[in-house]
Design a protein. Structure first.
Length: 364
């Protein structure tokens, strides 16, 4: 077979794939594959010696998948995605570092605590009918955990533990550093979580969750248990956040309160809402941006003079603009107001408002 025949066969197959799947999905898949390839080749680049920002970005992307499920598909305004992440990370560090438990036992305890927290938060937020109540409750949970757990003297502060892999691995005639092995393990966990969320997106559960977000009363009339569906979404988000926290603690061997602050949770939620609240790609981009932002601010000279308070202000403005803009443009009141407004076009008399009928005119 000649080279030209191979090229034509490849182009024909590509055209058939685009026609069957769609241009948008093919472009999204291509960007995802390019990002995955770049993440796999990152340890081989000169930047490979500083993999911690990339690892933090991967962990935050896993937690951001929970934002897609709860905020995107479920229509909730949950603003504390890193609460379960921080609790799982601190529980892993406390059980494995301070108590000397094996890593498997420490991760099991951490996942159990995170699931309990997710169940409690889901039981409170799933029954709420107003998004602002969910936002206030989630912010309260994040603030309580930040003050009582992440910054407490008993369990909080800076905790250290032995990473899951502390010695270089020898594979054949090559020696792989421990940080690279842990980085690829974290990347594999991200791929598994993304595939699970993609499968979940095409399931009946996602359809029920979107139906509950579109309208609670119509969903209940159709026989959908809105509370149970949203509660399951909160549990899924808790599992994703707990996996991110355990993986991050096992990778870095250090847990600090600044990684799970309220401002970083708001930054992650704001980026997901801004990039596309129901899209998996938005979670990946939000995690990468939130993980790389502190490194960029520390190394880029024009941004090095800014303090964390400036970042908090930017995060608050971004989240406020995203939420308020979405409510104004896509809210039911705005749609009803736009439907009442007549559309005046030149040459189109059918869309012009009818003149007011006089009071004395007889009714037909």
């Amino acid at each position: 077979m000649s080279r030209s025949t191979l090229v034509l066969t490849f182009l024909a197959g590509l055209v058939m794939i685009v026609a069957a799947v769609g241009t948008r999905r093919v472009l999204t898949l291509a960007l995802a594959l390019i990002g995955l390839l770049g993440a796999m080749l990152l340890p081989l680049t000169p930047v490979g010696g500083r993999l911690e920002p990339a690892a933090v970005g991967i962990a935050l992307a896993i937690a951001a998948l929970g934002v897609v499920v709860v905020d995107g598909w479920g229509g909730q305004l949950f603003l504390a995605p890193l609460a379960t992440t921080g609790l799982a990370a601190y529980a892993t560090a406390w059980f494995a570092g301070d108590q000397g438990q094996p890593l498997v036992i420490a991760v099991t305890y951490a996942l159990a605590l995170a699931l309990i927290l997710g169940a409690l938060v889901g039981a409170v937020c799933a029954v709420q009918r107003r998004g602002e109540v969910v936002a206030v409750v989630s912010l309260g949970v994040a603030a309580v955990l930040d003050a009582a757990v992440f910054r407490s003297h008993a369990i909080g502060g800076t905790r250290r533990l032995t990473p899951a892999v502390s010695q270089p691995l020898r594979m054949g005639g090559y020696q792989v550093e421990a940080g690279v092995v842990l980085y690829y393990g974290l990347l594999l966990l991200l791929v598994v979580c993304v595939l699970a969320v993609l499968v979940l997106r095409e399931s009946r559960f996602a359809t029920l969750l979107r139906a509950a977000a579109a309208g609670e009363n119509p969903a209940e009339v159709r026989g959908i248990d809105v509370t149970a569906t949203r509660f399951a979404a909160y549990l899924i988000a808790a599992v994703l956040g707990a996996l991110a926290g355990c993986a991050l603690a096992l990778y870095s061997g250090r847990v600090g309160p600044e990684s799970f602050s309220v401002a970083r949770s708001l930054l992650l939620v704001g980026l997901v809402l801004l990039l596309g609240r129901g899209r998996v790609v938005a979670a990946l981009a939000a995690g990468a941006a939130a993980g790389a932002l502190p490194e960029v601010m520390a190394r880029y000279r024009p941004l090095a003079g800014y303090r964390p308070a400036h970042l908090d202000l930017a995060v608050g403005a971004l989240l406020l603009a995203t939420v308020v803009g979405g409510e104004l443009l896509g809210g039911p009141r705005a749609r009803a107001l736009l439907e009442r407004q007549p559309l005046r076009r030149s040459g189109d008399r059918s869309r012009r408002p009818a003149p007011p009928r006089p009071r004395w005119a007889p009714r037909r």
